[in-house]
Design a binder for this molecule. Sequence first.
Ligand code: GLC
Length: 506
Amino acid sequence: MTNFFALITSTMKVLFVSPEVSPLVRTGGLGDVVGSLPLAIKELGIDVRILCPLHRACKNLKTTFFAQKGTVQLRDLEFPIRIGETKLGSSGIPVYLVENDSLFDRPGIYSDSNGDYHDNPTRAFVLSKAALLIDQITGWSPDVYHAHDWMAASLPAYLNANRPKGKRSKQAKSVLTIHNLEHQGNCSYQDFLRSGLPESYWAIDGFENNGSMNLLKGGIQHADKITTVSPTYSNEIRTPLFGHGLEASLTYRGADLLGILNGIDETSWNPQKDPSLPCPIDPDSPQSGKKACKESLLSEMSLPANQSPPLFGVVSRLYRQKGLDLLIECLPNLMSESDAKFVILGSGSEEEENAFRELAKRFPERIAVFIGFDDGLARRIFAGSDFFLMPSRFEPCGLAQLYAMRYGSLPIARKTGGLADTIDHFSRSTSSSNGFLFDHANAKSLRTVIHRAIKLFGNPTQFLKIRKNALHSPCSWDDAANCYAEVYKWTMEIQVEEKLSFTKRA
Ligand code: GLC
């Protein structure tokens, strides 16, 4: 059995298709996943490669262009493309970059200071359809296209539209991974017309959603298999509370929907070797390393050097999903009820940015805020803080809690999505805990759990035990990579004919 599986995976070819891939170009967790999961998949013997637009941020990478050019044909529009190849770090994994400067040579991936690009749907169609030209341009053809999020979500439909009708054939298959259901690629019927997709795909079980076009919905309806980034989130999104209006589609495709928990790149996130830290942290004996990191962080953030109060960290984008408005609401109370200190790194909504700036001005000895993003500082916050706050209203997986645990900071998070799957809540009787969870997205619940954390901090022996649990919490990509390999194998077993009612309608 093992040999059979090894045989299948070793000959399998998978193309990741994503708008971002770290470290080349990223805005958040999606880029981190696409930049690290392939390494673990490659370890299984799968030939995995990545396709991403050649964004302006990739312009100065060492890239070799294929001589063969291509043309992406939408309904009336033609987009000439070239494919440049670079490698993912030292892994040797090829990253194919789709060059079309009119669409991708822009300051941001999705938006600039004026907001979202008006032609995002067209950019998404071109990325998705370019994936189907990869064979023609590079001579390499995937067995499975693994599309990530709304920008690649029309790929499964383009693939279905190309499949020979009613024929049992060994066609390439598709997997769609949803990293965050909030971002769906909502656009208009005009965009649907522009896409060149078959007319029959404008349907309730296709791209049509309340009279608009919805790219993610079309992807959910058309993909052979759908995954999301944690088991809890895969259940949550089938309910109206978390489904962002797509719960019916997700329930309809429920038999093909699976939650696979993200991991992190343990080489890049290694507290014993991280060059951004002032001192390494030993997971078996973290006391001295954590102390040195805390001391240095307090000084970097211009907070008083006294180490005895607990230090809480935040590294986050600041918008409603992340629930940091709850922290803003309870910080003034926490200032009078405890001696805790807070270090916040983030950017996003102007309102939250200003509220944090105001709080730092009001309590300069206790609250330090850096508005923006700085990878080194983020790492020093994970390493230097005692606790890490993630009060997200929803969280498909969350990676920051994994980084925090790996650097010895106990996460305090809302019990939702991947946070619920990775954090084992501390209560007096648990010896395996690695952090704290709270149920309700309100300031009172957050404040209560922060007080519990402060209490634990007051018991150094118990605190050290829980800290060591966090430092040893599993976070590698190995399990996830095996699950994805199973999913790929599963798609390859699908009989095209029995699965694709869409093809028959086309
Ligand atoms: C998105 C989600 C986050 C997840 C990440 C990677 O950013 O919001 O929860 O960890 O994608 O899958």
